[in-house]
Design a protein around this ligand. Structure first.
Ligand code: BGC
Length: 825
């Protein structure tokens, strides 16, 4: 911080104290409680604006959950981490700050820095890595970037929220060393390196205590030990105890308007259960946030002028390609590598796979944003081949993994009509899809929770195909479904066993009727929902969906068609993907298999076309049992809105695939270090201790499909020299290929016979280098002191472990290029 920055920080602190002095107990308690789904109340008397928060992390959804309010959609966090480039993450953060400012958002509810403990974790795609150091480095870049734009961040979910099953109550049982060395480590690094203005405490418990009430981890570790001075907000609906939460260091209970704070908190102070000073501490943290983001009069915002504009589409495209990981690239008939494709050669490309046309650009749950446009692989390749090469493109579905109904979308034109008990219309609005997601006051003009008795989703559907179309519902309550003017289903959906309050959001779709329709002949559709009485609920919301699934063709027939297309083509590109029902917040995965018949499709195509390139569109690891049978495999994660354009850039060789794996890809699910995420009697034991990710594969001598850090670019690198001290590592390398490229030099430490219980090796540092063909570069990489430390449980402190270490300069965890020996005193 410069002197000028420090002086401004001081002025902000004065403004905060002055504002705090003017507030009475009731107003203070009110400020700590959400006024609605996304904001805190304004307090005009002290010049405080309403602070607005929004998800995060790949875009800024804003306060409305609808495609009517679009946001840029960047690649999934796994893709961002795969770039191994904190500076790039910082640029992503700056773009998101720009989006937040545009939408009047002061605080982004991101980044998610829980770890890839098990590949089953439903929010795996939303977290960065299995490695705490890489997670901390990328997370620091991201936080710095968002805050460079004057917008706050909320590092989440503090801590131990590494899976979704029973997430509201699960007790993550984590021993002190893994807690410190693995799960807390990214949070600690981000607090130290990026000074985040906020943190979100998780739903779960850690070692018996609910995280929103965790005095030790919040007050002692996060605040006293690490010096965190931002605000602490509960995950949505996580705050459950007035006294427990305020004494546990929770500043803000979200969402509102009814929370355990507000009047209940003022009451607890009056009853002598809570000292008023605890309320003051929380208010101070909130006012400090307001001062930083420019929402408190008299306090200079950290960033007063909006930074220079950033081209969102261009950055989204660059980020996507930088995160794509080329895990396999074999030579094909002419002796050259399968990728990049020879754009000048002409010929035919057969593009296959449902996700090539209907791209999966983001993962499900609160990470969902609505981009203004989506470039699918089909869109991206069609225009690139047209503009940049003589090749022709054919497209065939091949296999469709979405066997489940999804919100009515393509071909539907829908609106919502709200009626009162007498049937009179009280409100109306257009709907971008069949999904109704109205939260708080975000209702169609005229409608209110008090007057609405029913909501009809109604309009027309123009079928894209002949045959049996399935219609269905998601949500809880009474429905009537009509197609073509006829009632095809009427019934009530009760709450299932899994009482997740977001059931209507994440719950399984239900098929209700099948109707035979003709391509191009429009038909009327209507789904009427009886509105339950939500007026007494702490959070008023209406969520339900009209679902649809087009005619399903015989899987064998689809594969046979794809095989014909592949046989006739010079190159086959198969896009395989997970679905919304596989990767989402709200539930965990059951296995790592690609859904539907996609594995069969790849095998059948590879059998007839030796130049088969498989593009994997998944946010987390999936099994690739055919990986040795195809010429190339490119992992694209959830690539964000510009994914298809970036894919064309990479396939045609305009851009190098820049990614390295941020997480190990197992050959088969059974090899994953942690294969169970279902708690036993409410407890989830982190029994593997320090051994997650590559640390576990190494300890158990299991060879993964692709190791941590692996990724091929379009050039080769010769590592020439390595010098190591306890502080720095100096590596010299040469680009020996024919193209410019970027290499991620990964530094691992491996202790030699030290008798201390710890992994055989770990990532200590890394750096990206760039060089043209034939050029050499030298990089000096700082080794953080923490890389040599372990947490001493008895002394409750960090202990430096001296002795002999092998220092490795590596292309990946499985590909060490040079080693040096270091004796640490
Ligand atoms: C998620 C948070 C998110 C919040 C608000 C919760 O269900 O766990 O990550 O920020 O909802 O959407």
């Amino acid at each position: 911080m410069t002197d000028a920055d420090q002086a401004r920080e001081q002025i902000r602190e004065y403004a905060v104290e002055a504002a705090l002095d003017k507030l009475d107990l009731d107003t203070k308690a009110r400020l700590l409680s959400g006024q609605d789904m996304w904001s805190l109340p304004a307090i005009p008397e002290i010049g405080l604006k309403s602070l607005v928060m929004s998800d995060g992390p790949i875009g800024v959804r804003g306060v409305r959950w609808t495609a009517d309010d679009p946001s840029i959609a960047l690649p999934s966090p796994t893709g961002l981490a795969a770039a191994w480039d904190p500076e790039l993450a910082r640029r992503a953060g700056r773009l998101l700050a720009q989006e937040a400012r545009r939408k009047g958002v002061h605080v982004l509810l991101a980044p998610t820095v829980n770890l890839h403990r098990s590949p089953l974790g439903g929010r795996h795609f939303e977290c960065y890595s299995e490695d705490p150091y890489l997670t901390g480095a990328v997370g620091s870049g991201y936080v710095n970037g968002v805050q460079d734009g004057g917008v706050g961040t909320t590092v989440k979910h503090f801590v131990g929220n590494d899976a979704e099953t029973e997430r509201f109550t699960v007790d993550s049982v984590i021993a002190p060393r893994p807690l410190r060395e693995v799960y807390l480590a990214p949070f600690e690094a981000i607090v130290a390196n990026a000074h985040p203005w906020g943190i979100m405490t998780a739903y779960n418990r850690v070692n018996g205590t609910t995280m929103t009430e965790h005095q030790y981890l919040v007050n002692e570790v996060l605040r006293a030990e690490w010096g965190f001075d931002g605000y602490n907000v509960s995950d949505w609906m996580a705050a459950r105890s007035t006294t427990g939460d305020i004494l546990g260091g929770l500043d803000v209970a979200m969402p509102g308007p009814q929370t355990v704070y507000g009047p209940a908190l003022a009451e607890a102070v009056r009853a002598g259960e809570v000292p008023e000073s605890a309320v003051d501490t929380a208010v101070r943290n909130v006012l400090r946030l307001a001062a930083r983001v420019g929402a408190l009069e008299g306090a200079p915002a950290v960033v007063e002028e909006a930074p220079a504009p950033i081209d969102g589409q261009a950055l989204a495209r660059e980020l996507a390609a930088r995160g794509f990981v080329l895990v396999r690239n074999e030579a094909v008939a002419d002796g050259s590598a399968a990728l990049p494709l020879d754009a000048a050669a002409g010929g035919t490309v057969a593009l296959l796979g449902a996700a090539a046309r209907d791209a999966r650009v983001l993962g499900g749950g609160s990470a969902v944003v609505f981009p203004e446009r989506i470039v699918s692989p089909l869109d991206g390749l069609t225009s690139a081949l047209r503009d940049r090469s003589g090749a022709s493109l054919t497209y065939t579905i091949g296999a469709d993994p979405s066997e489940e109904l999804t919100p009515a979308d393509k071909g539907f034109e829908l609106r919502a009509v709200c009626r009162d008990a007498s049937g009179a219309v009280v409100g109306e609005g257009t709907l971008p899809s069949g999904q109704v997601q109205w939260i708080g006051d975000d209702l169609p003009a005229g409608a209110s929770y008090e007057t609405m008795a029913s909501i009809e989703v109604t309009g027309t559907f123009l079928p894209r195909e002949n045959g049996e179309h399935a219609f269905g519902t998601r949500g809880l309550g009474a429905f009537t479904l009509a197609v073509g003017g006829e009632t095809v289903w009427e019934g009530v959906q009760e709450m299932g066993n899994e009482a997740d309050p977001f059931e209507a959001f994440f719950g399984a779709p239900s098929e209700r009727a099948r109707v035979t329709l003709t391509e191009g002949e429009p038909v009327e559709v209507s789904l009427t929902f009886q509105v339950p009485d939500v007026t007494a609920l702490p959070l008023k919301a209406i969520m339900f969906s009209l679902l649809h699934l087009g005619p399903q063709r015989e899987a064998d027939e689809l594969i046979a068609e794809a095989v014909e297309a592949a046989r006739a083509a010079d190159t086959a590109i198969v896009v395989v993907a997970t679905t919304e029902r596989v990767e989402s917040e709200g539930f965990d995965r059951k296995d790592l298999a690609l859904p539907g018949r996609q594995d069969d499709l790849v095998r059948a195509v590879a059998a007839v076309n030796p130049h088969t390139v498989v593009v994997v569109n998944a946010g987390s690891p999936v099994e690739l049992p055919w990986r040795d049978e195809v010429a190339a495999v490119l992992l694209t994660w959830f690539p964000g809105q510009e994914g298809g354009a970036a894919l064309a850039d990479v396939l045609l060789g305009d851009t190098e695939p820049g990614g390295r794996l941020p997480t190990t890809w197992p050959a088969r699910f059974a090899d994953a270090p942690v294969t169970e995420v279902v708690p036993t009697e409410g407890r989830l034991e982190y029994g593997e201790g320090l051994f997650i990710g590559y640390r576990a594969y190494e300890a158990r001598s299991i060879r993964p499909a692709f190791p941590f850090g692996h990724g091929l670019g379009y050039t080769d690198w010769a590592y020439e020299s390595l010098e190591a001290t306890a502080e720095t590592v100096r590596v010299r390398l040469t680009n020996t290929g024919a193209r410019p490229g970027r290499e991620v030099v990964q530094v691992y430490l491996a202790p030699v016979d030290d008798g201390v219980e710890r992994p055989a090796s770990w990532l200590a540092a890394f750096a990206g280098v760039e060089a043209g063909p034939g050029e050499s570069v030298e990089t000096e990489i700082a080794l953080p002191a923490r890389a040599f430390e372990i947490w001493d449980e008895e002394a409750r402190g960090w202990q430096r472990i001296g002795g002999t270490y092998e220092v490795r300069a590596s292309h990946s965890h499985g590909d060490t290029r040079l080693t040096a020996t270091l004796d640490l005193a």
